[in-house]
Ligand binder design. Structure first.
Ligand code: SF4
Ligand code: F3S
Length: 107
């Protein structure tokens, strides 16, 4: 199994998650992070660290977010690894919880 970053990370990108990952499997895009499912060891440390509650175990991903399972795998392949937290976007709090953010995902 793997853990999966879902829609609410888009434009929030708090990056608290990357600090706790023991295997450095987060990859950074312009406004979203993706977990490499081939590297994730299912340790569950990242899930409680996300202020946006955007990380789920693969088996717990909500039905309407299931497309993010394949999307994490696809996106991480082309994005660099991130291991150190950085400041969130200045408007992160405004985007937290907003619906329909998938169309705003930058690749
Ligand atoms: Fe990293 Fe563990 Fe989260 Fe997987 S579950 S992404 S190994 S912190
Ligand atoms: Fe995104 Fe949450 Fe990490 S908002 S960058 S999954 S801490």
């Amino acid at each position: 199994m793997t853990f999966v970053v879902t829609e609410n990370c888009i434009k929030c990108k708090y990056t608290d998650c990357v600090e706790v990952c023991p295997v450095d499997c987060f990859h950074e895009g312009p406004n979203f992070l993706a977990i490499d499912p081939d590297e994730c060891i299912d340790c569950a440390r990242c899930e409680p660290e996300c202020p946006a509650e955007a990380i789920f175990a693969e088996d717990d991903v909500p039905k309407e977010q299931q497309l993010f399972i394949a999307l994490n795998a696809e996106l991480c392949a082309g994005w660099p690894v991130i291991t150190v937290q950085k400041p969130a976007p200045p408007d992160a709090a405004e985007w937290d919880g907003k619906p329909d953010k998938l169309k705003l995902l930058e690749r």
